[in-house]
Design a protein around this ligand. Structure first.
Ligand SMILES: [Zn+2]
Length: 117
């Protein structure tokens, strides 16, 4: 159910972007960045997108999901690592790490066909 709420907000943002451009064309594709730490399942997000976009300008648009790896930086020794599991300890000194990337959940762009001249 995690993905349902996320999908709703992505669609809201995308429709807002289309409204700003004052386009009445349907979007062809959307680019989104999703960090691994968000635990979003891309297939699940695609499924909700298909359902929730019906009847909107986003219907039929391709959802391109870019997965952003989890990257952490140690607060003590500054070592950067890409832990397999979200282990929040530094592999070098066991210090506390902070998340550098992996929390992204961002609509990068919405593409619409060029307006016919
Ligand atoms: Zn460290």
């Amino acid at each position: 159910m995690h993905e349902l709420g996320i999908c709703r907000s992505l669609i809201d943002v995308a429709l807002g972007a289309l409204a700003e451009r004052e386009t009445t064309q349907r979007a062809t594709s959307l680019q989104v960045e999703i960090g691994r730490f968000t635990a979003v399942v891309p297939d699940s997000l695609r499924f909700y997108f298909e359902v929730l976009s019906r009847g909107t300008l986003l219907e039929g648009a391709e959802l391109n999901i870019e997965s952003v790896p989890l990257r952490t930086r140690c607060r003590s020794c500054a070592l950067e690592a890409e832990p397999e599991l979200p282990s929040l300890l530094c592999p070098q000194c066991e210090g506390v790490v902070e998340i550098v990337t992996g929390r992204e959940l961002r609509l990068v762009s919405v593409d619409v066909p060029e307006e016919a001249a």
